[in-house]
Design a protein around this ligand. Structure first.
Ligand code: GLC
Length: 733
């Protein structure tokens, strides 16, 4: 439909009809099987149900098709319903959780994964996905770090843009194998005080602009059609009621012209925030701040028409918001093809191809943190897989709601396939329960009356298995429902029962490779101390068992790098590599005195951002700059040499970091500016070269403008945010 015809349609609509385009109902309003929980609306007024512009969380194509047909037939102007859902790391085929996708440092595979997810979701009629989550995260206590791609704005920006491209496809959204992307949660939701979900965020405008906004901006630059306003307040003003964030920054500065949708019930939550007196006030303030669609509170449905009639909201403002919604429906081709999608999902890829891609993504996401005596890749002849994750299919996150558990490949199944037709014998033993007794997990408290004897029995059996083995793969981790929404934790250790299992097993068989399944950084210093090898597997998804065995057997080298710092202890949180030096930096060696430090723990992470080991034995030279001066319009290159002196293939993510040594605002001790993945065959030597330009040096200066400042810079080419020596250059005025 042309813009002119859209305008004509708008002109024909009644005020009530227009307002209802700005109302989103939970899928359960249309179908009680819709997979949406949480604060459902009270029974919905049939008029609202008939006119609401969108719904979310209907995860069945057959159901969605019926609902759309019924809805279209009865709608006065036959305007199609917009069907949205959370497809954040997989639909039927589930990929590694987003923090694991961030660990790949591979935007290409992340784009391919998003495209595969879109194809499966669109086949069920989904037209918009609430992804990517582009929130910068620095606090592992916050359970939603699992849904982010980590603590760095450059990595997050590239990943957000890759997901948007993957979901939306290169061309117009009329391709019915794509979905529109909604970037969330704007803004700074990941900075919640205390790491506690939904909490206030206390950030300077400078930090907001410098660190938290860039990744949302990259998603918008990639063409995202929707932005979701977040639950949190920023400096005491709820984002969903903030015209500064939703209009001044988002529209005027970032140029976003798509739809703004609130997070679930975030409009209604303006009341408990203490920002709105009642639902009418909440509707008024959210709409005036710039929220187009009210997700599942009913406040717009109940009060927006009245607010227009009372002259408190101009109808032309309503028209603007409704046009943005109609434009999105039009761009999706819904007016010509309201039953868009609902295909058999085989145009681009077959299920086998999507699973092969998921398997590759798993292998690329795994982060090897320790590998003493090159215990990995596995060489044993009698290998025991012990632990609660040894044969678990619980490898998909709580957000993979359409993900099917049945097809998930457990570690055991992966091992059986990997070692079939070999002389290696494998055995399995659960070893212990996944949780300590009486642990609160998401909506319930886990308790077992027989927990003690169950664990005594499992431990005895595990130790027998360990004494048989020459190598133990210990499969430990968080419960999948211990990360995700409303799952903040103030202690980051593994359950005691798991740490006890590790201690007992390592005493019987010291050759222990520990795998940790988690949705967040955990405090693993004692686990690392008792393991010869340690690998982070995140929540790996459908192909978890196969992808992990591909790396354990050496079929693929470990490639993942930490997208978020792993602490010694939760007391270090929030923790991120790109921190400020302070006026009394702790010396590299020793404690110094009167320096910025803890008496009881290091300042630094146990394992820092960007860190990860590979097989082989790679050395990297100090960087060399092509010139010591960089002019404003110029460019210099920085080069380092990598050499694999080992006998196995090595995979690396080489990282370019910069530091502005002296500026009008203090600058981080290091900032990631670029990265590149490469593999080195045994004996191979490779130059790695990065270009540095003035644009990389820009920041929000003390005078509030964005730009660079002349002066000295340090530059690293390294294999983590902590490793390597810098070279120097000067930016000339
Ligand atoms: C949830 C989440 C958001 C999700 C939305 C719809 O509360 O905060 O990430 O997209 O509701 O399910």
């Amino acid at each position: 439909m042309t813009e002119k015809k859209l305008a004509a349609l708008l002109a024909e609509m009644s005020l009530e009809e227009k307002v209802m385009q700005l109302v989103q109902l939970p899928g359960s309003a249309y179908d009680d099987t819709a997979n949406i929980t949480g604060n459902e609306l009270e029974p919905v007024d049939p008029r609202v149900k008939q006119l609401a512009g969108s719904t979310l969380g209907i995860l069945s194509g057959k159901t969605a098709k019926r609902i759309q047909q019924e809805y279209m037939a009865a709608h006065p102007h036959h305007i199609p319903l917009l069907l949205m859902a959370d497809v954040i790391h997989g639909y039927r085929t589930v990929f590694p959780c987003p923090l694991g996708l961030g660990a790949t440092f591979d935007p290409e595979i992340v784009e391919q994964a998003a495209s595969a997810q879109a194809e499966e979701a669109a086949a069920d009629g989904i037209q918009v996905t609430f992804s990517p989550m582009a929130d910068l995260v620095r606090d592992a206590r916050w359970g939603r770090v699992m849904e982010s791609t980590g603590e760095d704005k450059v990595l997050n920006g590239r990943m957000a843009a890759a997901m948007v491209r993957g979901y939306q496809g290169g061309g117009a959204l009329k391709d019915e194998h794509t979905v529109a992307s909604c970037v969330k949660h704007y803004a700074a939701y990941g900075a919640a005080d205390g790491g506690r979900d939904y909490n206030n965020t206390e950030l300077s405008e400078h930090t907001l602009r410098e660190d938290y906004l860039p990744a949302y901006a990259e998603g918008i630059r990639a063409g995202a059609r929707m932005i979701m306003s977040s639950f949190n307040s920023w400096n005491g003003i709820p984002v969903t009621g903030s015209a500064f964030l939703l209009k001044q920054i988002l529209r005027s500065e970032l140029g976003f012209d798509g739809v703004v949708i609130s997070d679930w019930d975030a409009v209604g939550q303006l009341i408990p925030h203490g920002f709105a007196e009642d639902r009418k006030d909440a509707a008024r303030k959210a709409f005036q701040a710039g929220v187009d669609i009210d997700m599942c509170t009913g406040a717009y449905a109940d009060h927006l028409t009245e607010l227009v009639r009372d002259g408190e909201i101009a109808e032309k403002e309503i028209d603007g918001a409704v046009m943005r919604v109609l434009r999105l429906k039009n761009d999706l081709g819904l007016f010509e093809n309201p039953l868009r999608g609902f295909t058999d999902c085989t145009r681009n890829t077959t299920l086998e191809e999507r699973r092969a891609l998921a398997r590759k993504a798993v292998a690329e996401s795994l982060v090897l943190l320790k590998n003493e005596e090159n215990l990995l890749p596995l060489r044993g002849k009698r290998i025991a897989f012990i632990g609660p994750y040894a044969d678990s299919r619980e490898l998909i996150s709580t957000w993979a709601m359409a993900g099917e558990k049945e097809p998930v490949v457990s570690l055991m199944e992966g091992a059986a396939a990997a070692f079939a037709h070999t002389k290696t014998e494998i055995r399995i033993s659960p070893g212990c329960t996944l949780l300590d007794n009486d642990t609160v997990v998401s909506f319930y408290q886990y308790h077992s009356d027989t927990w003690e004897e169950e664990n005594e029995r499992m431990l005895a059996e595990a130790l027998k298995t360990a004494s048989w083995a020459d190598t133990v793969v210990l499969c430990l981790g968080e419960h999948p429902m211990q990360s995700g929404e409303s799952t903040s934790r103030a202690d980051l250790h593994l359950p005691k029962v798991q740490e006890q299992l590790l201690e007992a097993v390592a005493a019987v068989c010291p050759q222990v490779a520990t795998l940790v399944f988690c949705g967040r950084p955990l405090a693993l210093s004692s686990v690392a101390g008792r393991s010869k090898a340690l690998m982070i597997c995140w929540l790996p998804g459908t192909e978890g068992g196969n992808g992990i065995l591909d790396v354990l057997t050496g079929k693929m080298p470990p490639m993942g790098r930490l997208p978020m710092s792993f602490p010694w202890t939760v007391g270090q949180e929030p923790l991120h590599y790109d921190c400020y030096a302070t006026g009394r930096p702790k010396p590299a060696e020793g404690l110094g005195s009167f320096t910025t430090r803890y008496l009881d723990y290091p300042n630094e992470a146990l394992y820092p951002f960007g860190f990860g080991l590979s097989y082989g034995d790679t050395v990297i030279s100090d960087p060399v700059v092509s010139a010591v001066d960089l002019s404003e319009k110029g460019e210099l290159t920085v080069t380092a040499i990598l050499e694999n002196r080992g006998d196995a293939c090595a995979a690396h993510t080489v990282q370019l970091y910069l530091r502005d040594v002296s500026a009008s605002r203090v600058r981080p001790v290091r900032e990631l500016k670029d990265f590149r993945r490469l593999t080195l065959q045994p004996g191979e030597k490779r130059d790695v070269r990065f270009a540095v330009t003035e644009s990389m040096l820009r920041f929000w200066r003390a005078d509030g403008t964005f730009g660079s400042e002349p002066g000295k810079f340090q530059v690293w080419i390294s294999l983590s945010s902590r490793q390597g020596n810098p070279a120097e250059f000067v930016l000339k005025g």
